[in-house]
Design a protein around this ligand. Structure first.
Ligand SMILES: Nc1ncnc2c1ncn2[C@@H]1O[C@H](COP(=O)(O)OP(=O)(O)OP(=O)(O)O)[C@@H](O)[C@H]1O
Length: 405
């Protein structure tokens, strides 16, 4: 009887160990596995106890028969318990997953109290003013009936491109897009444009943002270049700090990390105080053929990391410092090293970083050192090797230390 008890104990321990191997998390399905295995243990125990008590004084051969039966029932009980636990756990998991899946929304999905679904739907059908267009989509300016002006980006998001006949796959793709957009809509930061709503259209999505009447950094740089506007160093640095704070939030506060993947002056909106707000961030998973313009992305965009966003930031900082368009043919010439980054790195190594600065900001007293330091930072951001570029977190410290705002 002692051996029997010992066997039962070993069996119980073994089964509990087996169950705990599956127990990555204590969710419903693993708890149910445990309950089921304990139930089988109980049945087994009950059978042994009843068979043992029905025989008062068994002979030696009966003992042998008994122990064989017990061994067989232990093995059978174990196997059936195991199989049924796995099947049961699988069923419970499937049901839980089915109940928890995101429903597919039909009408507009609104995250902003000032927008009414009907007003939005109506506004989208009216003729809208085109703000700009790119292979990734078109931006329109639209006025709602309540007077609110919005910017609408019409974009064909990835999974809709594939005309897969399988309805189930299309549905999961729709859910995937919805989930991504829900995440983007939940982000709140002073330096990010918030997604206010989205509407699923037959072959595209309409993404709704606030309309920024003061325009983008690209507009501002153009006005400066055409001498329509003077932009002092302090404002330029404030814009750079705001952009990098937006990146820092995406890279370090968001879990999982979000990569901008399309950072450029047209995607940096500026308010009346020149506070920047990043637009078009986080759409990379949904618009895979995005031209990201970073060295590691020229062949294979799967290598895109937060350091690739930093390269794009380097271009923006370089444009703010030099007043030049990074796509200016001047940078393509061999004498300038072939790119804005090479030109800055070359001047800096030659001790001629001052040459890089926009003439209209030169001579601002006491600030030249800050600008020269910023040239070094821009050159580091534009390094060919991602590891040599600072992180957005480091950049916030580096740039805010330059000037106390
Ligand atoms: N919320 C907004 N308010 C006002 N103008 C905006 C807003 N968002 C974008 N724009 C402007 O709309 C224009 C078109 O933007 P769009 O993003 O389509 O062009 P792009 O940046 O060149 O291309 P992409 O970002 O698709 O690579 C840009 O000049 C941009 O500054």
């Amino acid at each position: 009887m002692f051996i029997l008890k010992l066997l039962r104990l070993i069996y119980a321990c073994g089964f509990v160990c087996f169950v705990s191997m599956f127990k990555k998390r204590h969710n419903l399905c693993y708890i149910s596995m445990e309950l089921l295995s304990l139930f089988f243990l109980f049945l087994l125990h009950y059978k042994h106890v009843s068979s043992a008590s029905s025989k008062a004084s068994p002979s030696q051969s009966e003992y042998k028969d008994d122990s064989r039966r017990i061994m067989i029932s232990i093995i059978l009980g174990g196997v059936t318990g195991l199989v049924s636990s796995v099947i049961f756990a699988f069923l419970v998991r499937s049901v839980v997953r089915y109940l928890n899946r995101t429903p597919i929304f039909r009408g507009p999905v609104i995250f902003y109290p000032k927008i009414e679904p009907k007003t939005l739907q109506l506004a989208l059908t009216k003729e809208n003013n085109l703000l700009g267009s790119s292979p990734n989509g078109k931006y329109y300016k639209t006025v709602l009936d309540n007077g609110l002006t919005i910017a609408v980006k019409r974009v064909t998001l990835t999974p809709f491109e594939s005309n897969s006949p399988e309805t189930r796959r299309r549905k999961s793709a729709k859910r995937q897009i919805q989930n991504e957009l829900e995440i983007l809509a939940s982000l709140r930061h002073r330096n990010l444009m918030s997604l206010r709503a989205y509407v699923r259209e037959p072959d595209s999505f309409a993404l709704v943002y606030d309309y920024v009447s003061t325009g983008s950094l690209a507009d501002l740089i153009n006005r400066v270049r055409e001498n329509e506007l003077q932009l002092c160093w302090e404002v330029r640095l404030r814009i750079a700090v705001g952009v990098v704070k937006g990146l820092q939030y995406l890279h370090f506060t968001c879990v999982p990390q979000i990569l901008h993947c399309n950072l450029k002056p047209t995607n940096v909106m500026l308010d009346a105080e020149f506070e920047p707000r990043l637009a078009d961030y986080g759409l990379a998973k949904l618009v895979p053929n995005l031209d990201r313009g970073t060295p590691e992305c020229s062949h294979n965009c799967s290598k895109y990391t937060d350091k690739s966003d930093i390269f794009s930031f380097g271009m923006i900082l370089g444009a703010l410092l030099t007043g030049k368009d990074p796509k200016d043919p001047f940078f393509g010439e061999a004498a300038s090293g072939g790119s804005l980054g090479s030109w800055l790195q070359h001047l800096q190594q030659a001790g001629e970083a001052r040459e890089a600065l926009d003439k209209s900001i030169l001579g601002e007293e006491g600030e030249e050192d800050e600008m020269l330091m910023a040239v070094r930072i821009a050159a580091a951001c534009l390094s060919d090797m991602p590891v040599d570029r600072p992180s957005s977190d480091e950049l916030v410290h580096m740039l805010t230390k330059l000037h106390s705002f």
